[in-house]
Design a protein around this ligand. Structure first.
Ligand code: F6R
Length: 359
């Protein structure tokens, strides 16, 4: 049940310290990634990696793609619904990673079937043990987030992103020409602090105040670069899904190539700072601010961008790879509180289903 919470979504946001701890448990030992499903050498024959996913899972897959690219692995991320035409050349040295919470999303299953038929090796990264995606791929890697009832995916995004971060470094370690990311040791060390840091965000968040302050806005924009772009897209998807307000996510640099025409004092711009490309994000945020838009920085307390912003959602200091996940928790809370103020049916938004079983 929902216990002390009014909505499953709230409960699921608050349960992330526990769900993340479950995701990580036993998978990092003495500074080494250990995935029981994939012993060292499993991916030695892989030349390229394609991610396929929809919606929130696509944003988690962007994490995977970004991390593999950093590791010098040939990789791409595809919207599952476009995979038939976007996949390009595939063979038995292609690894296709389907990211799907439910394991039942029709578009994602169609992509898996297409990849299987073309001889690729397939892996499902999923929450549901024994789901169709788990059964129809060569291997499944479970994210262990526990059941998610709210239609809006929250804790499963965090657990998918962490699982993919570990999987990508396992893949990179096996591929002869790949380079595990520079500061892998620091990344793995700070991962153990992530559940506690999520707890801090949940307990100290001022997202409810900001949701109230900006509720009358005409539209809500979210910007970021690199991993922060995935978070911006996810922030906007969550916001539109449960508030029914117009929200959009952009790469920060793209704002000036069109969307800036929409920016006014009635369009707050939530700017995600992850510690990668931050100066450019700040420049882009300033461009919006000079057109009157309130800037909400999602960044560590002592970040240089905070001072010039109009409002701030704080995240603890961590490795750049995890910073976006903390920022995302703030944005989950923002969406939740805005939807709550507007009296929306948060756990069951109109027109949406928890798993979309039609193509
Ligand atoms: C957004 C949301 C959807 C799903 C998408 C994929 O909050 O829940 O965008 O992420 O339908 O679902 P799965 O991950 O089950 O394949």
């Amino acid at each position: 049940g929902k216990g002390e919470y009014d909505h499953y979504m709230r409960k699921e946001i608050h349960s992330q310290p526990t769900s993340l701890a479950n995701t990580i448990e036993g998978r990092v030992t003495d500074g080494e990634i250990e995935l029981a499903e994939f012993p060292a050498g499993t991916f030695a024959d892989v030349d390229d990696v394609q991610f396929v996913a929809c919606g929130t899972s696509y944003h988690a897959a962007m994490y995977g793609e970004w991390l593999l690219r950093e590791a010098d692995v040939r990789t791409a991320v595809h919207r599952a619904s476009e995979y038939e035409s976007s996949a390009g050349p595939i063979d038995e040295r292609t690894l296709v990673v389907a990211v799907t919470q439910s394991g039942e999303t029709a578009d994602t299953l169609a992509a898996v079937r297409s990849a299987n038929a073309r001889g690729a090796r397939t892996v499902a990264v999923t929450n549901v043990v024994g789901s169709t995606a788990a059964r129809e791929t060569d291997d499944a890697l479970y994210i262990r987030a526990g059941p998610e009832i709210g239609v809006a995916a929250t804790k499963t995004f965090s657990s998918q992103s962490v699982t993919l971060a570990l999987l990508t470094q396992r893949i990179a370690a096996d591929i002869p020409d790949a380079q595990p990311i520079d500061d892998l040791d620091a990344m793995l060390e700070t991962l153990s602090d992530l559940p506690e840091q999520v707890e801090t965000v949940v307990e100290t968040s001022r997202a409810a105040d900001l949701a109230e302050r900006y509720l009358e806005s005409r539209a809500f924009f979210f910007i970021g670069r690199g991993l922060g772009h995935a978070v911006a897209l996810e922030g906007a998807l969550k916001f539109k899904e449960i508030t029914y307000e117009h929200a959009e996510g952009f790469t920060a640099g793209e704002l000036k190539h069109g969307p800036l025409a929409l920016v006014t004092e009635a369009t707050p711009v939530f700017s995600v700072f992850t510690g990668g490309g931050d100066e450019a994000v700040q420049t882009n945020a300033t461009e919006a601010q000079s057109r009157g838009a309130p800037i909400v920085t999602v960044a560590p307390e002592d970040h240089p961008a905070v001072e010039s912003g109009d409002a701030h959602l704080s995240i603890p200091d961590t490795h750049p790879v995890w910073a976006g996940l903390l920022a995302n928790v703030q944005l989950q809370l923002l969406s939740y509180h805005a939807a709550n103020e507007l009296g929306r049916p948060i756990d069951k938004p109109r027109n949406l289903a928890k798993s979309v079983t039609v193509e």
